[in-house]
Unconditional design. Structure first.
Length: 100
């Protein structure tokens, strides 16, 4: 996983699937940037991610719930078809913007 901070935006370059095996670690790392005041916006780059389970949905939704009251945003980009389907079926696109 690569975490790139540019200004107040944290880009997370996912290098694996987002599932129950690594969700807690990823969540803790992102929250560290948010709680320290370094990141107000988060972008997940799913270019190398083939699978995401309900734990992954929780990571994305949880960061949205954390940042929204602070005026921040969560966006996603480079979704492969299987992960895109999860976003569509789960309704995540109703609250999370897809960056082109």
């Amino acid at each position: 996983m690569e975490y790139i901070l540019k200004g107040d935006t944290l880009l997370i370059v996912m290098d694996r699937d987002l599932d129950h095996h690594n969700a807690a670690i990823i969540k803790e790392k992102i929250d560290g940037f948010i709680y320290s005041g370094q990141a107000k916006n988060v972008i997940f780059d799913f270019k190398q991610t083939n699978f995401m389970d309900s734990s992954g949905i929780g990571v994305v939704m949880g960061r949205h719930r954390l940042l929204k009251p602070l005026g921040g945003t969560v966006k996603v980009k480079n979704l492969r078809s299987d992960v895109e389907r999860i976003f569509l079926i789960s309704g995540l696109y109703k609250i999370i913007e897809k960056e082109v």
